[in-house]
Ligand binder design. Structure first.
Ligand code: PLP
Length: 408
């Protein structure tokens, strides 16, 4: 799959980490110039599976000759392909790009981590984020020792808006390597217009990578930012099977971008990042039949989102509900603590956003099934009508309460 595999094999060293032969002509593409200089010729781990060898008796990776009793057909007996070709091809088709522009990993969380590690020199480089926003960008930057530059979303008439001029100035002023744009934004719900993203990417050409996290892209009105990739090499897009495709536990996400950048990220990735059972369920989950059902459910979520939004706006104690392009609604309450506890007492767990900047009175409510959304509304409605007693200290959560989310 990788044309430089032969050159890399010849350059192998005893410690199994290798250097890639220098690019022909020695010039560095604009996007590769954003990669950490010490990683540009880093070849990563040379796994047994990535050798282009032929044979019918495979004794090169210390795998067992027999299947585990729990593994009926022995699908998990051998190390998987680092990029299971059928899954990679199917996801490339789904997102409308060529396979070499896409890297499959353990959720988009891994893609975020790879991008920060590959581009940011510890103790020197920075990323730009737009709080209130998804927490993983800052977590990965912190782990890498990269500075975090915050350009807050601006809370206006139409909702939370990314200040693209301020972002551009922050990147240029602080020498940041990556801008993380979350569109639709978690938790704010707003999407960023493509002309703005594309102008930002042009202004940052050769200076920074603009990453558009589209974890909720399926629920949005507009097209994917992958449409910008043809004209802007310094744009990368994150997609995931965790949200609309209902496969969060399979941990499958992708980064889509410039082919040279994708190759660098793959060399920084763990040797076998996509477990076979996960690749199998993901591929099945992207069959034509499954996709049809996923699309129907996305349509249902979008109509439920509108219904829940309208009903929440009519609910006493709700100050503001933000327009959302995702599968969640961000709402401000007169007393968010009380609303949170009222919902909990009814067995409904929502995301408390009060610790996030600008969101001291806000909760984020995932749009569920119609029945689940009714539970939200009746809990809040009853409380407003004084029907349910306001919880006092002890909150009894139903025994069947769903597990709380961690990062999402
Ligand atoms: C949920 C979420 C992710 C994480 O997705 P995984 O593919 O499960 O790692 C990434 N970005 C945003 C904005 C999210 O809300």
């Amino acid at each position: 799959m990788r044309s430089d595999a032969g050159a890399r094999r010849r350059a192998g060293c005893a410690c199994q980490c290798r250097r890639v032969a220098p690019a022909q002509g020695g010039s560095v593409s604009a996007v590769l110039s954003l990669v950490r200089p010490d990683l540009r010729d880093f070849a990563g781990y040379k796994s047994a599976r990535s050798e282009a060898l032929r044979g019918d008796v495979w004794l090169n990776a210390n795998e067992s000759a027999w299947a585990n009793p729990a593994d009926g057909e022995g699908r998990s007996r051998r190390y998987p392909d680092p990029q299971p070709p059928a899954l990679r091809a199917r996801m490339a088709q789904l997102y409308g790009v060529a396979s070499e522009h896409l890297l499959v990993g353990r959720g988009s969380d891994e893609a975020i981590d790879l991008l920060v590690r590959a581009l940011c020199v510890p103790g020197q480089d920075a990323i730009v984020i737009t709080p209130p926003v998804f927490g993983m960008y800052a977590v990965c930057a912190r782990l890498q020792g990269a500075r975090i530059v915050e350009v807050p979303l601006v809370d206006g008439e139409t909702g939370f808006i990314a200040d693209l001029d301020a972002i551009r100035e922050a990147v240029l002023g602080q020498g940041a390597k990556i801008v993380f744009l979350c569109s639709p934004s978690n938790p704010a719900g707003s999407a960023i217009p493509h002309d703005g993203i594309s102008a930002l990417a042009r202004a940052l050409d050769g200076k920074a990578l603009v990453v558009v996290d589209e974890a909720y892209g399926e629920f949005a009105d507009g097209p994917s930012a992958t449409t910008l990739l043809d004209t802007q090499a310094n744009v990368a897009v994150l997609r995931t099977l965790s949200k609309a495709h209902a496969l969060a536990a399979a941990r499958i996400g992708v980064v889509i971008g410039d082919a040279d950048l994708i190759a660098v990220l793959q060399r920084c990735q763990a040797p076998y990042p996509v477990p076979t059972p996960c690749a199998d369920v993901a591929l099945e989950g992207l069959s034509d039949a499954a996709l049809t059902q996923t699309r129907e459910r996305v349509a249902l979520v979008r109509s439920e989102r509108a219904r829940l939004h309208a009903a929440l706006e009519r609910t006493a104690g709700v100050r503001r509900v933000y327009a959302s392009q995702g599968n969640y609604l961000l709402a401000r309450f007169d007393d968010a603590e009380r609303a949170f506890r009222t919902l909990l007492a009814a067995g409904v767990v929502v995301r408390d956003q009060r610790a996030a900047p600008q969101l001291g009175d806000a909760l984020r409510i995932t749009v569920g099934s119609p029945v689940q959304n009714d539970r939200v509304l009746s809990a809040l409605g009853e409380d407003a009508a004084g029907g349910a007693s306001a919880p006092t200290g002890l909150v009894v959560v139903g025994a069947e309460a769903p597990p709380t989310e961690t990062m999402s």
